[in-house]
Design a protein around this ligand. Structure first.
Ligand code: UTP
Length: 293
């Protein structure tokens, strides 16, 4: 069973990043030399994904345009002697097919995933959040590892987790792992945005999932929660409560999730990618008095 399909939800309004996101998708915000969603696509392609289904919504056409092959631009670069920039468009030739489905109302991440049901059509599939970069400069291979674990374990879901600072647990879905120290663990529960004093661990959902199609049944049965949104976390809890095996896997040491959903973590990503830039990073580090990265 090859898993070659990833669903990438990009339909959210990004209200926490206003006014940046008033007329541009947060998934297209620049981090280092690329827009956020390009890192996500390149990571997925590197992990063996061949089909990407974007779940899009209002104001997101810039994402579709970004992954088109722009023959006019290529010709322009050639005709004007700017061939050195052609390498920057190599991502257009990724061995990936792109598909798009509209989330007609922004009813939450769970609802966005549910919008992919007809396309997924009974396959197992990856979900990668379009506003989360894993690892600096496209090094993450976690999705490949997750797919291997998924195939070997007959789990209903495999979810990536990142260890976060105790005060940050209130931002994320947090794991209750059966074995707190294991690299791969059975997930006994998932608690959405817990109070730090009540958090079952400091392992936060890291924006990458592998699902069997049973997730759609769970999502279809999940009632809307806060703000009328259907939460993916609630559907995963349903799977756990129905006795399905759900595995958690930690990001490898040193590998981080850059969540572009709010300003603090967006700024962190902008700075870390800038100071790691192969061409300008060293000078910037010197200017900012940063020793190394
Ligand atoms: P968030 O959970 O950060 O939601 O999205 P959001 O609605 O964009 O953010 P705020 O709260 O308004 O600031 C995580 C990922 O899920 C997508 C987003 O585009 C983002 O890539 N998403 C979220 C959808 O596709 N549809 C939704 O209804 C919500």
């Amino acid at each position: 069973m090859a898993i070659d399909l990833a669903v990438v939800p990009v339909a959210g309004r990004g209200t926490r990043l206003l006014p940046l996101t008033k007329s541009q998708p947060k998934e297209m915000l620049p981090v280092g030399r690329r827009p956020v969603v390009q890192y996500v696509v390149e990571e997925l392609a590197r992990c063996g994904i061949k089909r990407i289904l974007f779940v899009t919504g209002p104001g997101k056409t810039a994402i579709e345009n970004h992954f088109d092959i722009d023959v006019e631009l290529i010709n322009h670069l050639r005709e004007t002697g700017k061939e050195e920039f052609l390498a920057e468009l190599a991502f257009e030739r990724e061995d990936v097919e792109y598909f798009y489905v509209r989330q007609r109302r922004q009813l939450g991440l769970g609802h966005a995933v549910l919008c992919s049901r007809a396309f997924v059509d009974g396959d197992c599939f990856v979900v990668a959040l379009g506003d989360s970069i894993l690892g600096l400069n496209e090094r993450s291979r976690i999705v490949e590892v997750m797919v291997e674990r998924f195939k070997a374990s007959e789990a209903a879901a495999v979810i990536a987790f990142e260890e976060v600072a105790p005060e940050d647990v209130a931002e994320y879905g947090i794991a209750l792992p059966r074995d707190k120290d294991a690299e791969v663990f059975i997930l006994d529960d998932l608690v959405e945005k817990p109070d730090p004093s009540q958090a079952p661990s400091n392992l936060a959902v890291a924006g990458r999932y592998v699902f069997s199609p049973v997730i759609f049944e769970a999502l279809a049965e999940t009632p809307p929660g806060k703000n009328g949104e259907i939460q993916l976390t609630d559907a995963i809890r349903r799977l756990i409560r129905a006795g399905r095996k759900v595995l958690g896997i930690r990001l490898p040491p040193g590998e981080r999730r850059f969540d572009i959903g709010h300003f603090e973590s967006y700024f962190r990503a902008v700075v870390e990618f800038a100071v790691a830039d192969p061409q300008f990073g060293a000078a910037l580090r010197q200017r900012l008095g940063i020793k190394s990265c």
